[in-house]
Design a protein around this ligand. Structure first.
Ligand SMILES: *Cc1c(COP(=O)(O)O)cnc(C)c1O
Length: 404
């Protein structure tokens, strides 16, 4: 049977305390016990179904944990108050002083900064390399390596990693493969391709309304129990806990994710094809010209498409800024970081979300000045959007510059 993440979410059934169609929100930080013995057992991790204290677990968070585990096809999941909360607690759970991480060099700016600037303070060092080339990744592995870390579709260059190939390397060297799947929920299920832990910034597509930050780590029951362990768990001890009110709100948005992703993908595919046809340098995994197109196609759940993220290169930062400002004036989207909103969002990654990466390294990885990253919205009439965007480009002379 085909793995269908949206069906798995749809099939869950949680009722509220009074038969409500939504589960009740747990509005408590602490929980009573009928007997002192059960409280002791809960501390020891031996009282399944009992709640202790909401930094450890809460009914609302457990519902969302289960729904996200069902989506990724993992045994369990652990939500966090932000994507970075999920990423840092996962890495610190798996690594100790002296360990090394081999990471993709094109990752979210915050993750890059954490691995490059913060983790070394704890004796955890990272080698960054090109994850589109499995042989380079394998060469970077040493006896100290514990983790391979990458994003399915990388931020902001939209490079596609062959997760199955990475999983093979990870297994051969006894490493954990950790994959940030924020750009490709439903469309790619990394755990089904051999990833050990799948992370999301729920802030983006999964919540989809740009009204919160949130995150999750999905993995084995053993890994999630370790994360939540009262004495040794990063999720418990570092305290990146999601609030119950927020988790119930994220869960309600998760239920429409499949509809939204299909529309984001359809709109992005349309615009990418149109942009490419008018001579713009366009990067989108759904284009045949994309170096990772075939790999993505092999990994994907086809009904969800190639996602909502695309980039164009308009030649210079000045042109990029002018174009983004004009498109915002014409209400074609917002000049804002982040992704997964109903409106199109655009930003110049070199000066925003990837500014943590030093300039010469940006150049080396192909992160050019004129790059604009788009998170394509849920526009009802994408043809109209395209025509309006094209007028903006014509007015600013972007098209003549790029085709010259
Ligand atoms: C936004 C983002 C993060 C960080 O998530 P927050 O919710 O902002 O903490 C991590 N990875 C990727 C790919 C992202 O886009």
């Amino acid at each position: 049977m085909e793995f269908n993440p949206a069906d798995n979410i749809q099939d869950l059934q949680y009722f509220g305390e009074f038969g409500g169609v939504n589960p009740s929100i747990s509005d408590s930080s602490t929980y009573t016990f009928l007997s002192a013995k059960t409280m002791f057992d809960t501390f020891e991790g031996n009282a399944d179904g009992c709640y202790l204290y909401s930094r450890h677990s809460s009914p609302s968070n457990l519902y969302l944990d289960k729904a996200l585990a069902a989506m990724e096809g993992t045994e369990a999941a652990c939500v966090a108050a932000s994507g970075m909360g999920a990423i840092t607690s996962t890495l610190l759970q798996l690594c100790q002083s002296g360990d090394e991480v081999v990471s993709s060099r094109t990752i979210y700016g915050g993750t890059y900064a954490f691995l490059k600037n913060f983790a070394p303070k704890l004796g955890i060092n990272t080698v960054f390399c090109d994850f589109t080339k499995p042989e380079i990744v394998e060469k970077a592995i040493t006896s100290k390596t514990k983790i391979l870390y990458c994003e399915t579709v990388s931020n902001p260059l939209l490079e596609v990693v062959d997760i199955a190939a990475m999983s093979k390397i990870a297994k051969k060297h006894n490493l954990k493969l950790v994959v940030d799947n924020t750009f490709s929920p439903l469309s790619v299920a990394p755990a089904k391709l051999g990833a050990d832990i799948v992370i999301h910034s729920l802030t983006k597509y999964i919540n989809g309304s740009s009204d919160t930050v949130a995150g999750v780590s999905c993995g084995s029951r053993e890994f999630v129990n370790d994360m939540k362990n009262v004495n040794t768990g990063a999720a418990m001890l570092l305290g990146p806990t999601m609030d119950s009110l927020r988790s119930s709100s994220v869960m309600k948005n998760l239920r429409t994710l499949h509809i939204r992703i299909k529309q984001h993908s359809r709109n992005a595919q349309y615009l990418a094809e149109k942009f490419e046809s008018i001579g713009l340098k366009t990067v989108y995994p759904g284009l045949k010209s994309h170096p990772g197109h075939d790999i993505y196609k092999r990994m994907m759940n086809p009904e969800y498409g190639f996602g909502g993220m695309l980039t164009i290169d308009v030649g210079s930062l000045e042109k990029a800024n002018e174009l983004m400002e004009l498109m915002q004036q014409r209400n074609l989207g917002y000049l804002a970081v982040s992704l997964g909103f109903y409106k199109t969002l655009f930003s110049a990654p070199g000066t925003s979300t990837s500014s943590e990466i030093p300039l010469e390294e940006q150049k080396e990885m192909g992160l050019t000045d004129g790059l604009i990253r788009f998170s394509i919205g849920l526009d009802n009439d994408i043809e109209r959007t395209f025509l309006n965007m094209k007028s903006c480009m014509e007015e600013l002379g972007v098209l003549t510059t790029v085709s010259a």
